[in-house]
Design a protein around this ligand. Structure first.
Ligand SMILES: Nc1nc2c(c(=O)[nH]1)N[C@H]1C(S)=C(S)[C@@H](COP(=O)(O)O)O[C@H]1N2
Ligand SMILES: [Mo]
Length: 413
C-alpha cells in the first residue's frame, strides 16, 4: 500500500503539515491578489474597449465591467504596475512550488470523492492548481520566449486569470480560519501541528532540516529570483543584474539610442528604402481630409520635448528618455480638430504582426507630452527605435508606442 501515492504512508517528509502549508498559503494570498489586480490593471492599460485593434479578447462580455479610460498620469504608472506584476510573479514561483509540494498527498487522495461536498472541493482544487500552473507558465513563457502563443497570450492569460482567481477566492475563504489558527504558532521554535491532519505523514522520515529551515530555503529561492529580475526596471549596472529578464534581444549599444529594443527594424521587416528622406511620408486623416508630411516638414512644425519611459508588458522598462517631436494634438489640429482632439488609429509601415497598429484615446492625444517623436536624447531616432517617427505617450504600455509610423487616422473609432 505504501507504494502508491494515494496511501498516506507514501509521503514521508516530516516537514509537511498544516503549519508549513498555512505560512506559504498566506504569502500566496497576498502575492496572488496583487498579481491579479496588477494584471487586470495592465489589461485596462491597453484600452481594449476603445477599438478592435487594441482588443485581444473580444468575447470577454461582463469581464470587461471594470475597464476604465487609462490615464496619462503619473507618467510612470504602467512602468510601476507591470514591473510589479512580472517581478512579483517570478519571485513567487518558489513559494508556489513549495505550496504545491506541501499539499501533494492531498492531490492523490482516494477515493476521489467521499461526498458531494468533497467532490466540489476537489474540483475547485483542480481549477486552483491547474489555474495557478497555467497562469505562471503562460506568464513566464511570454517573457522568456518570443511568441510561443502567436497572438493568443493575452486571451489565455486573461481568461485563465479569471478562472484561477475564482477558485483562489473560494479556496481562501474556506482555508483562512484554519490558516489563522496555524499562524498563531509562528513564533514557536519548532512549530508543531497539534491537530491531526492528512498532511502530516503517519510514518515520517527523520528530519534533515527544520520547518523554519525549509522556509528559509524557499525564501532564499525567491530572493535569488527577485535579485536576478528586478534590475529589468532600472538602467545601467542594475539592468545587467537582470539575468532572467527578458528574452535575448539585441544589444542596444551605447549613446543616445542605447536603451532596450523590443523588435528591431529588421525583425519588423522595415526596409531602409521605405524610410529614406524622399520615400517616407506621414499620412494624417481627419475631419478636414488628408494631409501628407515629409519628415523635413514635420521637423519644421513646433517641436516639444517630453521625458518618458518605455515600459513593456514583459515587465522591463527604461528610465525616462528625452523625446522630441510634434505633439499629437497639434497633428489632430492639422486635420480639423482644433481644441477637441479625438481618438486616433496609428498604423506602422510594418506590414505584419499584432503590434503594427494601435488606437489611442482622446485623453492620450490631448496630453501635451504625447508626441510623434522624431528624436530621442538629442539625436535622430535609430532605425530600431522607430525612425523616421514613433509614438510616445505618458503612462502607456510599450505596445501603444507604435514605431515606424506611417498613418494616423483621427476621429471616433
Ligand atoms: N510597429 C511596431 N511598433 C512597436 C512594436 C512593434 O512590434 N511594431 N513593439 C511595441 C512594444 S511591445 C514595445 S515594448 C515598444 C518598445 O520600444 P523600443 O523597442 O523602442 O524600446 O515598441 C512598441 N512599438
Ligand atoms: Mo512591449
Amino acid at each position: 500500500m505504501t507504494r502508491s501515492p494515494s496511501s498516506p504512508g507514501f509521503w514521508r517528509s516530516p516537514l509537511r503539515g498544516p503549519w508549513l502549508t498555512s505560512v506559504l498559503g498566506v504569502v500566496l494570498l497576498g502575492g496572488i491578489t496583487v498579481l491579479f489586480v496588477t494584471g487586470l490593471v495592465s489589461y485596462a492599460a491597453y484600452n481594449p474597449n476603445l477599438a478592435a485593434v487594441n482588443d485581444k479578447t473580444p468575447d470577454k462580455g461582463i469581464l470587461s465591467f471594470y475597464l476604465f479610460s487609462w490615464p496619462t498620469d503619473p507618467h510612470w504608472l504602467y512602468r510601476l504596475n507591470q514591473g510589479l506584476h512580472v517581478t512579483l510573479g517570478i519571485t513567487l514561483i518558489p513559494v508556489l512550488l513549495a505550496k504545491l509540494w506541501s499539499v501533494i498527498p492531498r492531490l492523490f487522495t482516494l477515493p476521489p470523492a467521499r461526498s458531494l461536498a468533497h467532490a466540489l472541493e476537489r474540483i475547485s482544487l483542480l481549477f486552483l492548481v491547474g489555474g495557478a500552473l497555467f497562469e505562471f507558465v503562460t506568464g513566464v513563457l511570454n517573457i522568456q520566449l518570443d511568441y510561443v502563443f502567436p497572438g493568443s497570450f493575452y486571451t489565455l492569460h486573461f481568461y485563465g486569470a479569471w478562472v484561477f482567481f475564482a477558485a483562489f477566492v473560494a479556496h481562501a475563504v474556506l482555508k483562512i480560519p484554519a490558516a489563522v489558527r496555524n499562524l498563531r504558532r509562528l513564533g514557536e521554535e519548532e512549530p508543531s501541528d497539534p491537530v491531526p491532519s492528512d498532511l502530516v505523514s503517519p510514518r515520517p522520515d527523520p528530519p534533515t532540516v527544520s520547518r523554519r529551515g525549509a522556509l528559509w530555503f524557499v525564501g532564499g529561492g525567491s530572493l535569488l529570483l527577485f535579485a536576478t529580475t528586478v534590475g529589468q526596471s532600472f538602467d545601467g549596472l542594475l539592468r545587467r543584474t537582470a539575468l532572467l529578464a527578458p528574452h535575448g534581444g539585441v544589444d542596444p549599444g551605447s549613446g543616445p539610442n542605447g536603451f532596450q529594443i523590443n523588435k528591431t527594424a529588421r525583425y519588423a521587416g522595415i526596409d531602409a528604402a521605405e524610410t529614406a528622406e524622399d520615400a517616407w511620408h506621414l499620412v494624417l486623416t481627419g475631419r478636414t481630409g488628408t494631409v501628407r508630411l515629409s519628415r523635413a516638414e514635420l521637423a519644421r512644425l513646433p517641436l516639444h520635448s517630453a521625458a518618458l519611459p518605455i515600459a513593456c508588458v514583459e515587465g522591463w522598462s527604461t528610465s525616462d528618455q528625452w523625446w522630441r517631436g510634434v505633439r499629437l494634438r497639434d497633428l489632430a489640429a492639422l486635420v480639423g480638430y482644433d481644441d477637441d482632439p479625438p481618438d486616433v488609429l496609428v498604423e506602422s509601415l510594418q506590414r505584419r504582426g499584432a503590434f503594427r497598429r494601435a488606437a489611442l484615446r482622446a485623453n492620450q492625444v490631448a496630453d501635451p507630452r504625447s508626441l510623434l517623436a522624431l528624436y530621442v536624447n538629442g539625436e535622430d531616432l535609430s532605425p530600431d527605435h522607430g525612425f523616421p517617427a514613433r509614438i510616445i505617450v505618458p503612462a502607456a504600455p510599450g505596445v501603444l508606442n507604435t514605431k515606424w509610423v506611417a498613418r494616423m487616422t483621427f476621429g471616433d473609432l
